[in-house]
Design a protein around this ligand. Structure first.
Ligand SMILES: [Cu+2]
Length: 132
């Protein structure tokens, strides 16, 4: 009889230890659920693709490679790459100079025509703006 109650105490103590472990475990889980609040800061540039009158410089290319706008429209280029690029008109109509990672360049197209442009750092990067 005495032996039985002794092992009962050990059993209860064991359950107690397990429940302590589970409570502390669920506590760390609930703090983990709170972390997405800080994760929101990571979505700064998460608006997807370029909007109207916007060109993304992304993956060593201009996106979209050809864009058509009406005269008087301002186009903004945003450098989404980790390295610098330029937005340079083939006919010297505009030249951004070096645009750093995360930087932007804007130009207002007041005269109709087709404007081919490139990146002077990476000559394979070519694109065009058509102004109607
Ligand atoms: Cu480039």
């Amino acid at each position: 009889m005495k032996k039985l109650s002794d092992s009962n105490i050990k059993f209860v103590a064991g359950i107690f230890m397990i429940s302590i472990f589970m409570i502390s475990n669920s506590c760390s889980k609930s703090t983990a659920y709170n972390t997405p609040t800080t994760g929101n800061t990571g979505s700064t540039g998460g608006t997807g693709g370029p909007g109207a009158n916007q060109v993304f410089i992304q993956g060593m290319a201009f996106n979209p490679a050809s864009i058509t706008v009406t005269a008087g429209t301002t186009i903004t280029w945003t450098n989404k790459d980790a390295i610098a690029h330029t937005v340079t008109s083939d006919s010297n109509a505009f030249d951004s100079g070096s645009v750093k990672s995360g930087g932007t360049f804007s130009f207002t197209f007041s005269t109709a025509g087709t404007y081919s442009y490139h990146c002077t750092i990476h000559p394979s990067m070519v694109a065009s703006v058509t102004v109607n």
